[in-house]
Design a protein around this ligand. Sequence first.
Ligand code: ZN
Length: 515
Amino acid sequence: MHETTPAVQRLREHLAPIVDIHGALAILGWDQQTCMPPGAGRTRAEQRATLGRLAHELFTSAQTRELLAAAEREVDGLDPDSDEARLVRVVRRDLDRALRLPAEFVAERARAAALSVEVWRRARPADDFAAFAPWLEQMVTYARRTADYVGYQDHPYDALLDPYEPGMTAAEVRTLFHQLREATVPLVRAIDRRGAVVDAAFLRREYDEARQEAFGRAVASAFGYDWERGRLDRAPHPFASGAGRDDVRITARYHRRYLPTGIFSIFHETGHALYEQGTDPALARTPLARGASLGMHESQSRLWENLVGRSRAFWRRYFPTLREHFPEALRDVDVETFYRAVNLVEPGLIRTEADEVTYNLHIILRFDLEVALLEGAVRTAELPEVWRAKMLEYLGRAPATDTDGVLQDIHWAQGSIGYFPTYTLGNVISAQLFAAARAALPDLEAQIEQGAFAPLLGWLREHVHRHGRKFLPRELLERATGRPVTLEPYLEYLWSKYGDIYGVARVREPSGAPA
Ligand code: ZN
């Protein structure tokens, strides 16, 4: 930011403490899921509500409105892509939304969400949907009220999706998901007909958790994660979080008798963290120093977890290292067997452990249910039953318990309705970005096979990370790849990878997917 824009500078100085509060809130949230004593739940809910209200009041104050108006006059005529002009535009967008939400409502919603998460935390292992149902009902009501406050043109879901995926609508998601479902089903069927191509039982041998973590740390370092500005801890539901580019924390969970959970959760969260650590230092302590959207964020985690971390090239380099960590468990396993085992397609009950091919069906199910809950087409009490029916329809199997069904995710418990589509958007975008990176870096696969990730990280830094929130996701994607979000690179990736593993050829969708 420059001396020639004093009004923008004043706006920036006014916003910095608000960004600080959001950073502190993130650290409190991180603490709640990593090391907070279980009895502190109510206290923590109050703390988070207080800070959330404070940030909301500061941000929606008359002072912000005046400073923003002055800054808007000042950037008029500046390069529209400058940090200054983009900051002003993003703050205007955020402020217009925030002004529509009363501070009391925001505080009440935050307090209820924190309590709801605590109830969910007990209800999930106890398979007690009845205990959680009234809280979920409340979260749906808060979501409806949020949409009413914020306003929308076509569907209340648009208002809920927007904070996670700015500029995208429920109708766009519905179209994309419909095409994806149409294209995924033939692949799943073709794989089903082939049957298992590898015996993956060795993944359920004994794997010491500390060694899993050590291997994960080695890979995260190689990807480019900066430990001076990050740390790794355990959490029941892995996530990446932090307080700005210089404090980006990741978490993982490990299963002693199932190797993939731990290592791939580290790859995944490292991908998120690389994004945040890579934002331009010039954007620090501004609302721009974050990812462009959750979908764009998830594209980064999925790119490192799947397009890199589950590739044959990657394991040619890293399987020998992994075997050094687990000489007993992997004594009779070769790299090709390992590669196929960690890419096994197997319709399962748990979203976070789903393979790449079936994963999106879990998301499409949740999107359908969120829309139905908002519309009142499904009542909260009916959810477990509807969940089981949809699982049967999409994945061919249904959970015996709600622990493995409707209670499995934290998202609805914390009121994050509108969030789930971003996971699948991330998958789609990850392939689109990777295809563009490969076009720019013809040796990419060889580099991955050598464990040389700097060129790929450099491409992502240049085209995605450094920009933070300066651009809407669709703008960022067009700048990086020349196209808006498009399904074809992802379908091409899935069919070519799994076609090779399972020996099946691509079935062209009769309805005609975009070429
Ligand atoms: Zn993620």
